[in-house]
Design a protein around this ligand. Structure first.
Ligand code: GTP
Ligand code: SPV
Ligand code: MN
Length: 592
């Protein structure tokens, strides 16, 4: 880390912008981050000294730290997230909107002197593999050292970014904790200026501007203009017993299983299989010169959900977070070992996520926050794909949509065509989770798991997806999965986690033309025998229930899709309307 004087060599445009932001926000000093271990350590030491971080048990969790957020700042704030453009029509009905002019006026007021008494950190970051034509640079200015250390885990900070910047421009991000005043919380995006301004939150997705703000909201606009896709998707390579690796992506909304699917450890009964992680949250997908879909992970780390992670549900994650990890809003045992609901055994006494004494059976609520998370470098993950750093990305054979549906959606099914698959994604209606503030478990439309992240009109986005039909002869097959169906007793019907490989295997075999399916009105559903469920211990009747297509319930679902599509106005592509009508016809012409 160094001060401004030693950075005479950075591009003038960057230096001028940093000076201008410093002149407005008035920090006591400006420090340029280089992403070195030494810098990371000194920031951690400062945060240990002022209480921003707590050191966890060095024996059980070496080099691990706990951060406790302000209790009102624990999840993404969709209500405070805005797309700022000239016309409302640009951003459509799924985004909050203010005019750029109005937003700048408001933000300039709030930025004035907001860093007085603080240090402003300059974080140049690279997203994507080194030397990749798809990589992008951003620079985040922040007064939060917690943000700096997280960004150093999540992205490539310092020299790689400055080097890459020589070849092109960069996305600008300004972040200030401000006074954590929730009435003045703004996460504003200016796609025309490639600018993000985020004030009064220090929480992950609101404050780590490389993540949802740059990699999805701004990148989705760039992707529309450049003919590619910026998606809320995991990327994995699935290796079969013969050693062939097939790459698939999966778009599920926040807190709906992406990280766990990306880090799946095969169950005992599936010897010879493995799942290699490329990404657990975001995919940038371009067509290469042969029109093959190629995906890269813009990120270099994980910012993922802690609750329910255990040696039983996901031993690979448990091993990975045992060192060099920052935990946010988890509970802590008296010997300073991190703890969360679902981890396994239950100490009688804990410190809860707000630092209060928590006694099992007596204290109300959960000890860890339901959206508590860990930040870990991707290089700590033992089954990281050797292709993770491939500048060209990995070739995509299938794309999966999913999300939490306690009813209706079968465990897995396949679309009839690209257009029908796009409809599947556009129709995605799922239960909300604790990853965003607001009620949990409420059904909402979350097309392609991008409702909170698509930075432009969602109907134009559907059109963009459809446009790939004429641009590629190697379109991935599209599937939907749902490991979250509940039984009458309120418990999950499907064991999930490692057993989800049974679903992935069927998907791969469908792509190879080797697995049987039944044609239903909604798509191809596995025959019970084509899904290898022998090792599972799930009764046959439960498997049948998981694969059942309920005509009446689907008709109701289509009603709500019509309403959603109607709310999008006349930009809705005709192709999607036709696909929806065809689906309706197919349902109507089947017996109940
Ligand atoms: P974001 O980081 O918010 O984007 O979440 P994500 O989509 O990566 O979800 P993640 O894998 O972190 O899972 C979210 C929660 O769902 C965690 O509590 C998981 O333990 C739980 N979960 C993940 N996969 C399964 C599954 O197959 N079945 C069940 N029952 N729960 C699951
Ligand atoms: C999500 O909410 O989808 C996340 C966490 O992955 S955040 O970084 O807050 O967006
Ligand atoms: Mn996510």
């Amino acid at each position: 880390m160094s001060d401004k004087e030693s950075h005479k060599s950075v591009p003038q445009k960057l230096a001028d912008w940093v000076d201008a932001v410093a002149a407005a926000t008035k920090p006591d000093r400006t420090m340029w981050c280089d992403g070195s271990d030494e810098e990371f350590r000194s920031l951690v030491n400062w945060m240990l000294a002022d209480g921003t971080l707590i050191k966890l048990n060095e024996r059980t969790y070496p080099n691990c730290y706990l951060h406790r957020s302000d209790p009102n700042d624990v999840a993404r704030s969709e209500e405070a997230t805005f797309m700022c453009t000239t016309n409302k029509e640009d951003v459509g009905p799924t985004n909050n909107w203010i005019t750029s002019g109005e937003a700048h006026a408001k933000l300039n007021d709030l930025l004035d002197g907001c860093m007085i008494g603080r240090t402003m950190y300059v974080i140049p970051y690279l997203l994507g593999p080194l030397n990749s034509p798809y990589a992008q640079v951003g620079v985040e200015l922040t007064d939060s050292p917690y943000v700096v250390v997280n960004m150093e885990i999540m992205t490539k900070v310092g020299p790689p970014a400055l080097e890459h910047m020589k070849a092109g421009g960069f996305v600008r991000g300004v972040h200030s904790i401000g006074k954590l005043d929730s009435r003045n919380k703004y996460i504003c995006h200016f796609p025309d200026e490639k600018l993000i301004v985020s004030l009064n939150s220090n929480y992950g997705g609101n404050a780590l501007l490389s993540k949802k703000c740059h990699s999805l909201r701004l990148a989705s606009v760039m992707a529309r203009d450049g003919g590619w896709l910026a998606e809320h998707m995991l990327i994995i390579g699935i290796e079969g017993p013969h050693g062939t690796v097939t790459y698939v992506t999966g778009a599920f909304p926040s807190s709906s299983g992406k990280t766990n699917l990306a880090m799946l450890k095969p169950p005992e009964y599936m010897k010879g299989w493995n799942v290699w992680a490329v990404s657990d949250d975001i995919a940038w997908i371009h067509l290469d010169s042969e029109a093959t879909f190629r995906a890269i992970n813009p990120e270099s780390g994980f910012f993922a959900v802690a609750p329910n992670t255990s040696m039983k549900t996901n031993p690979r994650i448990m091993e990975m977070v045992k060192k060099n990890t920052i935990f946010t809003n988890v509970a802590m045992s008296l010997d300073k070992t991190p703890w969360w609901e679902g981890i396994g055994e239950h100490p009688r006494k804990l410190w809860d996520w707000q630092g209060r004494v928590w006694t099992a059976g007596r204290s109300p609520g959960s000890a860890a926050h339901p959206n508590s998370r860990f930040t870990t470098s991707i290089h700590q993950y033992p089954s990281l794909s050797p292709e993770y750093n491939n500048p060209k990305g990995v070739p995509i054979t299938a794309m999966i949509f999913g999300g939490r549906r306690s009813e209706l959606v079968p465990l897995v099914y396949e679309s009839f065509s690209w257009e029908h698959g796009v409809l599947m994604g556009a129709m995605l209606r799922v239960e909300t989770t604790a990853a965003a503030s607001g009620e949990v478990g409420v059904l909402r439309n979350d097309p392609m798991a991008m409702k909170p992240f698509c930075g432009y009109h969602i109907a134009d986005y559907f059109n963009h997806w459809l446009s790939f039909r004429s641009r590629s002869a190697k379109l991935p097959k599209i599937f939907q999965i749902n490991p979250f169906r509940l039984g009458r007793d309120g418990r999950f019907l499907w064991p999930g986690y490692s057993h989800n490989l049974v679903i992935l295997k069927w998907i791969i075999e469908r792509c190879q033309g080797n697995a049987e399916a039944i044609e239903t009105p909604v798509g191809y559903v596995p025959t019970p025998t084509s899904l290898c469920t022998e090792g599972l211990g799930v009764p046959e009747t439960t498997v049948s229930e998981l694969l059942r297509v309920d005509k009446k319930a689907w008709m109701d679902e289509l009603e709500s899709t019509w309403l959603f599509f109607e709310s999008l106005g006349d930009k809705l592509p005709k192709t999607l309307e036709q696909e929806l009508s065809k689906l309706m016809d197919r349902l109507q012409s089947t017996a109940p």
